[in-house]
Design a protein around this ligand. Structure first.
Ligand SMILES: Cc1cc2nc3c(=O)[nH]c(=O)nc-3n(C[C@H](O)[C@H](O)[C@H](O)COP(=O)(O)O)c2cc1C
Length: 406
């Protein structure tokens, strides 16, 4: 094994051999992946995906807002917390399972709603659903899904959650919700962090350098070219809006207030989860207004430019919620230790967005499965190291909050 490593190092360092054998050198130096199983961490998939995803789609995936301080804070925030190992605990059996609304899942890692997944791989949301099924994870499907909820729910073969953009027309909202419920979704996660636009600078820049002809994909149901350069297409191009008059329809509304939750609960039996809260005040209001769950989220640094990482919001939200409803957190989770920290701070589950899309882009279902395997294995090792044999045993005692980012 070490002989092979020494050989690869020698090859990589040799200018002569570099010219003679570029594929080996490239594989070694750039972490290219021949198959999903070659990936050692989720960043290997990021590198692999970047090579194949077209610039405009890559920009859509990777963008934050404004100067991307929040996007960066989502990663930097983890350095504020450190793990506290515990020795001589019998860790021969580790149970990573969690229960959400009566459904047992193999892991606390959840696939977040990400729109337009066919922009990354032809299998799109169905590829992600098959991976979620194979590994026993929860999937949350975007309103902006590129495949209808019925087909995705069938591929998952178990409960999924439906992410709802409120729209600005409650009749349309009701139609979306009823369709998701009929397809077997058990919860609706209503996203509240984008009431009125956002400033996705990186996405706009990447669209400017992508000179491909977009018309063949970005067409609406009537054959009119939707304008992807003005925000990634129109509602009319999305399967969840089939049969709905989208003329003048807003995907979200700036005038909504907390009454919306009661209204939503009035038209569905699904659990109502609020996605996009970051403070103790809003968490308390969510419980007061009957929310069944919260997703602590800043939309992956794509909504309000707060400069605050979501991991830094978990403790105050958990204090306000006091265990009354489950808390999911997402934003910047790339390591099992990140997941561990969130669970220690009081989250019940953790969402990932970009990492599984990197896996999907590079290898479809297999890529998503490998991303989940990697994160689960890293989480298992963190649990072993800290002597926490189940997710319940991961408490605040297992970490230190240093109070500042490292
Ligand atoms: C390309 C992309 C599309 C997204 N689409 C949606 C969406 O349709 N609805 C939604 O609620 N959140 C959406 N999100 C936010 C994710 O659900 C999630 O909050 C975020 O990606 C988590 O951060 P991470 O990507 O750093 O893991 C999207 C995120 C990305 C990167």
């Amino acid at each position: 094994m070490s002989d092979r490593r020494a050989f690869l190092k020698f090859v990589a360092a040799s200018p002569l051999l570099a010219a003679a054998a570029p594929p080996i050198v490239e594989a070694f130096q750039q972490g290219s992946l021949q198959q999903a199983a070659d990936a050692l961490d989720v960043f290997d998939f990021q590198a692999a995906a970047e090579k194949i995803v077209p610039p405009a789609h890559w920009g859509y995936l990777m963008t934050g807002v404004d100067g991307e301080d929040t996007l960066k804070a989502n990663r930097d925030g983890f350095s504020r917390y450190q793990l506290r190992p515990k020795r001589f605990v019998d860790v021969s059996r580790i149970d990573m399972s969690v229960e959400l609304f009566g459904t047992r899942l193999n892991s606390p890692v959840v696939l977040c709603p990400v729109g337009s997944q066919r922009a990354f791989h032809r299998d799109g949301e169905v590829g992600a659903a098959r991976a979620a099924q194979a590994k026993g994870h929860l999937q949350i499907l975007s309103t902006q899904t590129s495949i209808g909820v019925e087909e995705v729910a069938k591929a998952r073969g178990g409960p999924i959650w439906y992410q709802l953009y409120t729209t600005d027309n409650f009749d349309v909202t009701t139609k979306l919700v009823k369709r998701a419920e009929a397809a077997g979704c058990t919860a609706v996660a209503v996203t509240v962090d984008l009431p009125s636009g956002r400033n996705t600078v990186t996405m706009t820049r990447s669209q400017r350098i992508d000179n491909r002809e977009c018309g063949s994909c970005h067409q609406d149901a009537t054959g009119n070219l939707a304008n992807p350069r003005a925000g990634g297409g129109t509602n009319a191009t999305k399967p969840m809006f089939a049969g709905i008059n989208t003329q003048g329809l807003g995907l979200t509304s700036p005038s909504l207030t907390w009454d919306f939750i009661k209204r939503l609960k009035g038209v569905t039996k699904m659990k109502v989860v609020i996605k996009g809260l970051e403070t103790r005040e809003d968490a308390a209001l969510a419980v007061e207004h009957g929310a069944d769950g919260i997703v602590v989220s800043n939309h992956g640094g794509r909504a309000t430019e707060t400069g605050r990482g979501t991991i830094e919001c978990v403790a105050e939200v958990a204090q306000a919620v006091r265990g009354r409803i489950p808390i999911v957190v997402d934003g910047g989770f790339r390591r099992g230790t990140d997941v561990f920290k969130a669970l220690a701070l009081g989250a019940n589950a953790v969402g990932i967005g970009r990492p599984y899309i990197w896996g999907l882009s590079a290898f479809g279902q297999q890529g998503v499965e490998r991303v989940l395997d990697i994160l689960n294995n890293e989480l298992r090792l963190a649990m072993v190291g800290c002597g926490t044999r189940s997710v319940k045993e991961i408490t605040a005692a297992a970490i230190v909050d240093t109070g500042r980012r490292g």
